[in-house]
Design a binder for this molecule. Structure first.
Ligand code: NAI
Ligand code: CS2
Length: 487
């Protein structure tokens, strides 16, 4: 059978020339999803091309994605990334992956054994916001999370990413092996701090000496990661097969833009990802905040109000001038004023570039995909800015409409009365609220009472409650498109 590993690929595929046989698995990555393939694995590939170093990656999926891991093995851990600009596409062969594991295919012990190998220096993660099992409002470990309850009852047989990390560190400590760095690459505000808090909270419940050892010896650098990488579709896979010259079921399409800002705080060495365009800095938090509020905040706004307005993709929303202007204003009027950036940062240029990226017609980024897991996303994308405006007495109407859009979306029925497939770890709570209130403005207060999302302060703030209530009523009365136009 022709595969990417044994075929002469089309001329246009950009191939690395470094010797794969020199690579060693020094990074274990949890979360072989769409994003990692087009971001950290690609940065690593380009770093290897320039440095002749040996940093190879072992890919692990802890939840789902068995088929992808099997497929990756079938193609000798090689795959391609198609960087799709508005006018042209670059296709790159990625060769930085050395091996792969899945607990369902290989057993949990095999994953833990890999994480415990002496040369493994970094465990990185793209496990989605919910993978941290943290309370979205506090950023601390959620002890009521089902996975955490099970892992705490049986810590040597973990299921959650946090459980795996703590158990692997326990085994390393017991064997006298130096620890690894834990590097989150998820869209989580202060992702390294959240990972650290979850790991330490968990370890403290298992063994306080182990927790103290982790606290003293393990680092959790924060990172700001950016590249729009929609989930693969039949269409993108067909396009990639044509561009590459052979089927590549691990292939992924994304935008040309990419950014990676990393806190330079590693306990066992790190690759020189800077030679591939990453930036190492001492404090990532302002960059993370900028990206989460300006890019992701407006993405979520467009996802909820776009989906309700009948737009399937982000680029479709950008064809409507009201949405385009609302997204830009959301960035510049609702989010930018809340940021505290290093001197010289040009937020207007950043917002202009974001609108251009959202407009890229070659990317089919579904509003439904971005709308997923809103309970985990809303607090960090909109919560901080809201509190800023409420304290300052400044205008936050874009944020109020964004939250009202999310509330209307989780009702689970669109503006034509058709069902919406709402995916969220808290979906049952939303269903219970709507079962009681129906599509009625009284649902607003019930949703605002969910402490894990809104804390306890927002529901007590009359200015905020009435702004969201009015925005919700407007969506009910006139629909999402008119509500966006009203801004
Ligand atoms: P995906 O759906 O392709 O992959 C999700 C990955 O998370 C899978 O590998 C899955 O095994 C893992 N996962 C899911 N639930 C988990 C859990 N409870 N514990 C451990 N692992 C779990 O999604 P994609 O696009 O790879 O995005 C993943 C994350 O990467 C996002 O949630 C976001 O935080 C971050 N990201 C994504 C970007 C994108 O444009 N796709 C860009 C920037 C960041
Ligand atoms: C999106 C992000 O799915 C989402 O919630 O907002 O994945 C977004 O595409 C990336 O953060 C871009 O870097």
């Amino acid at each position: 059978m022709k595969t990417i590993a044994n075929t002469n690929l089309n001329e246009q595929v950009i191939r690395p020339t470094f010797a794969r046989s020199n690579l060693n698995t020094r990074i274990v990555h949890l979360g072989f999803g769409a994003f990692h393939r087009a971001h950290q694995a690609l940065f690593t590939n380009e770093m290897l091309e320039k440095t002749n170093s040996d940093w190879g990656i072992c890919e692990v999926n802890l939840f789902g994605g068995e088929d992808l891991i099997e497929q990756l093995r079938a193609q000798d851990h090689l795959y391609t990334v198609a960087e799709k600009g508005a006018e042209s596409t670059d296709v790159k062969l990625i060769a930085s992956v050395t091996e792969s594991l899945h607990p369902t295919l290989d057993g949990k012990a095999a994953v833990l054994a890999k994480m415990t190998e002496e040369q493994v220096a970094i465990v990185s993660m793209t496990i989605t916001e919910k993978g941290y099992c943290a309370d979205p409002a506090t950023g601390r470990l959620d002890k009521n999370n089902g996975l955490i309850i099970a892992d705490l009852a049986n810590p040597q047989d973990p299921s959650s990413a946090i459980g795996y990390i703590v158990e692997a560190l326990r085994q390393r400590r017991e064997k006298g092996i130096q620890p690894f760095t834990v590097m989150s690459c998820d869209n989580v505000q202060e992702n390294g701090h959240v990972a650290r808090a979850a790991v330490l909270d968990f370890a403290n419940l298992v063994d306080t000496d182990l927790a103290a050892w982790i606290e003293a010896n393990v680092t959790f650098p924060c990172t700001m990661v950016d590249r729009i990488v929609p989930a693969a579709t039949e269409e993108t896979l067909t396009e990639i097969a044509t561009l590459v010259g052979v089927e590549d079921l691990c292939g992924i399409a994304c935008e040309p833009f990419r950014q990676w800002v990393i806190e330079d705080n590693f306990v066992a060495g790190r690759p020189d990802w800077n030679v591939a365009g990453a930036e190492f800095v001492s404090d990532v938090v302002p960059f993370e905040e900028m990206k989460l509020r300006m890019l992701n905040g407006s993405h979520s706004f467009l996802a909820y109000l776009g989906y309700l307005g009948g737009y399937a993709h982000i680029s479709d929303t950008m064809t409507n001038d009201d949405y385009r202007k609302a997204a830009f204003d959301m960035m510049m009027k609702a989010q930018a004023p809340t940021l505290n950036m290093p001197e010289g940062t040009n937020l207007e240029a950043y917002a202009t570039l974001l609108i251009e990226r959202f407009t890229n017609p070659s990317l089919k980024h579904q509003t439904w995909q971005i709308a997923m897991d809103g309970s985990q996303k809303i607090p960090q994308r909109m919560g901080g800015s809201l509190r800023h405006h409420l304290a300052q007495g400044s205008d936050f109407k874009w944020l109020a409409l964004g939250i009202a859009g999310w509330m209307r979306y989780v009702a689970g029925v669109n503006e034509s009365g058709e069902a919406i497939d709402v995916r969220d770890p808290m979906v049952e709570q939303f269903q219970a609220i709507y079962a009681e209130h129906g599509l009625n403005v009284s649902a607003v207060k019930a949703l605002l009472s969910i402490e894990a999302i809104f804390g306890t302060d927002l529901i007590a703030n009359d200015t905020f409650v009435s702004a969201v209530t009015d925005a919700y009523q407007l969506i009910l009365d006139q629909g999402a498109r008119a509500a966006v136009a009203s801004l």
